[in-house]
Design a protein around this ligand. Structure first.
Ligand SMILES: Nc1ncnc2c1ncn2[C@@H]1O[C@H](COP(=O)(O)OP(=O)(O)OP(=O)(O)O)[C@@H](O)[C@H]1O
Length: 263
């Protein structure tokens, strides 16, 4: 039985074109569901509206047409039940790592004892035990990213929205983070919507890959990835089943990229 947590239902979005009275159509009739405990990757060309979809799930933007439904209710205002992990870590530089992670709990009025325990648990889950008193500039880029994930995990959101979270990391750190995210989301049974440009990352992490077209963006395909878990993030191309899944996504995606004379 499907256990639908979030639904994008016929989403359309127009934005005013700067300097004119016209509108630009960005999203055009996008529909897909996100089931509880599933990891959904959204992939599409630059500017096709991937981040815009995440903003809608968070209630930061209400679509021009269609609606987002969370637990069957239409999202009409800021959705405090979702957690957002942005591209940059965005930790407050004047606060320690523990203080940064504690912030969402302070905002929610969680008592001091429980705050301490949950911060310790979240930092432990992302491998940052022992760094509680460090300030962000005393942490590497990957550690700051882990801190940003801990700050989201700590308030146990219903759905985690991730907008190209590993885009700015070096290749090795990125693989380690992908592997750790797989472990974390499996252990927590988390529901994740993950925006990326990277087909390999999408196929390795996701249960479903949603492929969007160029603007005005339509849904080209919603491809199930049935590879068993845990998946090996470090040597994916050694696995023929991975190659087949990659090909399925690439076949849909390649028409949207201007490959020019490279084939
Ligand atoms: N508030 C806004 N006002 C006007 N235009 C906007 C607004 N937000 C987004 N856009 C436009 O909508 C389009 C989609 O933006 P969005 O950031 O969602 O794309 P994206 O697929 O996430 O892009 P990228 O992969 O490059 O990060 C872009 O052309 C952007 O300029």
């Amino acid at each position: 039985m499907s256990d639908r947590l979030l639904a994008f239902d016929g989403i359309g979005q127009d934005f005013p074109a700067p300097g004119t009275k016209a509108n630009i159509r960005v999203l055009d009739g996008i529909s897909f569901d996100v089931d509880r405990g599933k990891f959904v990757a959204v992939i599409g060309p630059s500017g096709c509206g991937k981040s815009t979809l995440l903003q809608m799930a968070a209630g930061l933007l209400i679509p021009t047409r269609g609606a987002v439904h969370h637990r069957g209710r239409t999202v009409t205002t800021i959705n405090t039940e979702v957690g957002f992990v942005p591209q940059q870590a965005q930790l407050f530089p004047w606060k320690t790592l523990a203080e940064n992670v504690e912030l969402p709990l302070l905002f929610r009025g969680v008592a001091a004892g429980e705050r301490r325990q949950r911060v310790a648990d979240a930092l432990g889950a992302v491998g940052l035990k022992g760094f509680e008193q460090h300030f962000p500039n005393q942490l590497s880029g990957g550690m700051q990213k882990r801190g940003s994930i801990a700050r989201t995990l700590v308030y146990r959101p219903d759905i985690i929205l991730m907008d190209e979270p590993f885009g700015a990391l070096d290749a090795q750190t990125r693989m380690v983070m992908q592997s750790d995210l797989q472990t974390l989301s499996m252990e927590a049974g988390a529901t994740v919507i993950f925006v990326t440009h990277d087909i390999t990352e999408a196929v390795l992490l996701a249960d479903h890959v949603v492929v969007l077209s160029q603007r005005p963006s339509r849904l080209l395909a919603n491809i199930p990835i049935d590879l068993p878990r845990p998946r090996n993030m470090f040597e994916p191309f050694r696995n023929p089943a991975f190659e087949a899944a990659y090909d399925a996504v690439w076949t849909e995606f390649r028409s949207q990229i201007d490959i020019g004379r490279v084939h």
